[in-house]
Design a protein around this ligand. Sequence first.
Ligand SMILES: [Fe+2]
Length: 291
Amino acid sequence: MLRTSLRPALQLTRIYTPQNPLAYSHCLKQNEKAGKISVSLRWVTQATGGTMIFRQLFDRESCTYTYLLADPETKDAVLVDPVIDLAERDAKLISEMGLNLKYVMNTHMHADHITGSGLLKKLVPGCKSLIAKNSGADADIHVEHGETVKFGDQVLEVRSTPGHTNGCVTYVCHGEKFALTGDALLIRGCGRTDFQEGSPDTLYNSVHSQILSLPEDFALYPAHDYKGLTVTSVSEEKQFNPRLTKSKEEFIDLMNNLGLPYPKKIDMSLPANKVCGLYNLPDNLAAKLQD
Ligand SMILES: [Fe+2]
């Protein structure tokens, strides 16, 4: 249905739709042609299946991206891959935006930072922690391949993408045409495979069968970036990923010979993340959990 009032324009500026280059360029062209904001809104809603509140947050120390996703109608929200040092920032933002945080989720059991899940459960009462069953980590909710995570009218499909770790998952939002890939696929790269039961063979299969098999215009958001990039797409990675465009044999050889240093925080992070960030915390962080 076409709308002619200014209301849709206000909604578009208030609610950010995730990167969806095709939908946006289509939308702008149509808007230009018709000179009507209403046509623009129509394209956004019909091409992407709706709108979603989407915030990409960053931790400078570990170069981790945390994603806050929410349903604009119900305000139900999820927070993916929070970092404990920034849990208060995240809780404040959630409060200021008037969101109901349902789940604090992880794409996998991280080795480079302690998850904010445990602390956020304290800071935002009522939210539940969620992680893949195969991760081996404690959480209120364990998910498996093929299950969905729902918040308001928004749905994320859980896809098992092991290889960086056994329990890595990718959360796919078909409605908004994007996926949160964790460390399975990074922008022009991928997560290392030399610890936490990593396997280059498994990772290669996971990325090709579960992520690069998505439609080419799907946006891909990783759990980290070290070069200042924020988002990529299936099409871009199929063309330009220097590792995953190789044959499987070449990829395995490359990954087995990266010669990377032992991760700085792994000895502290893994035991803590096994219990969702509530284990043997550094003193300054543990104090926050006392009250
Ligand atoms: Fe990781």
